[in-house]
Design a protein around this ligand. Structure first.
Ligand SMILES: Cc1ncc(COP(=O)(O)O)c(C=O)c1O
Length: 287
């Protein structure tokens, strides 16, 4: 098996054997939610935070699952065990299931749920020595970005614009040049010695790495202010960062082709050392 294994609606199977109906509401309407969990040394990282967010997203959309949280956690752990690699990521999706196409929620459609595992992407070391380039892009998403919905079209459009500009990420701007987050990451800046990031509202996804960073800041005595940043503030900031499950915590060196004044990232380095310490302190894979 090329490492691909799938759990779909209660059955284990090779990834290539998985099929979904054309009338699945995830396919027809993007009527679903998802999670991405990283695992290191055979153990999921921040699993409880991912499960909490999945429960919250399901609750917001009145999506129900046929399995319990404990069963879902066991599926995630089983995928990681069977994949047996030091670094991997588990993807899960829950949709409102299959029914004759119609906008109204079906009363009795059984939900579709799937989970699979693959390698965790790796990024070049220069991302951490030089920082990553970003662009800005209008935040064209809906007004419920706190839900980890599979509706990612506006995120894809922004990330595509970044890729076409040779940049790693797109920083999303609401009117007034207010920074919400990036297409697939949360955004932070050190401004006058204070860590600023967007508050947890309907405008951003509550990142699991963001949650960890907020906790570590408290532990390390880094003052945090959860208040939206203006684009101009990013240009003047001491440090600008992005965080996500897959890229971890990475510094930003450029926005829209302009070099930021921030060229060293001492606060990021302190936090990253703590995060990597937690990642590497995880127990080895149980084969
Ligand atoms: C829009 C958006 N914001 C933030 C994040 C970061 O969330 P997490 O730290 O849980 O990966 C993601 C992750 O994919 C995302 O898609």
């Amino acid at each position: 098996m090329n490492g691909k294994l799938l759990w779909l609606n209660g059955e284990w199977m090779p990834f290539s054997d998985g099929t979904i109906s054309i009338e699945d509401r995830g396919f027809q309407f993007g009527d679903g939610i998802y999670e991405v969990v990283a695992a290191y040394g055979g153990r999921p990282f921040l699993l409880a935070a991912h499960m909490d967010r999945m429960d919250a997203s399901a609750h917001e959309l009145r999506l129900r699952s046929t399995i319990t949280r404990e069963e879902r956690e066991e599926i995630v752990c089983e995928l990681i065990r069977r994949f047996a690699q030091d670094r991997c990521m588990v993807y899960g999706q829950l949709t409102r299931g299959v029914s004759t196409r119609g906008h109204v929620f079906p009363a009795d459609a059984p939900p579709t749920e799937l989970w699979y595992v693959r390698s965790l992407p790796t990024y070049p070391d220069r991302y951490w020595t030089d920082g990553v380039a970003t662009i800005t892009h209008p935040d064209e998403r809906w007004a419920r970005c706190n839900i980890k919905s599979t509706n990612l079209l506006a995120n894809c459009i922004a990330k595509q614009a970044a890729a076409e500009a040779g940049a790693f990420e797109a920083i999303l701007l609401q009117p007034g040049n207010l920074v919400t987050e990036a297409s697939a990451a949360n955004v932070y800046a050190m401004v006058n010695g204070v860590l600023r990031t967007h508050p947890l509202t309907n405008r951003i996804l509550p990142g699991t790495k963001r949650g960890l960073i907020m906790g570590l800041c408290e532990e390390l005595g880094i003052v945090v202010e959860e208040r939206a940043l203006k684009l101009e503030e990013l240009f003047a900031a001491e440090e600008v960062w992005l965080s996500s499950t897959t890229v971890n915590l990475v510094p930003v060196s450029k926005i829209d082709g302009k070099q930021l004044s921030a060229a060293r990232w001492p606060v990021l380095e302190k936090l990253l050392a703590r995060i990597n310490g937690l990642i590497h302190s995880q127990a080895p894979v149980d084969r």
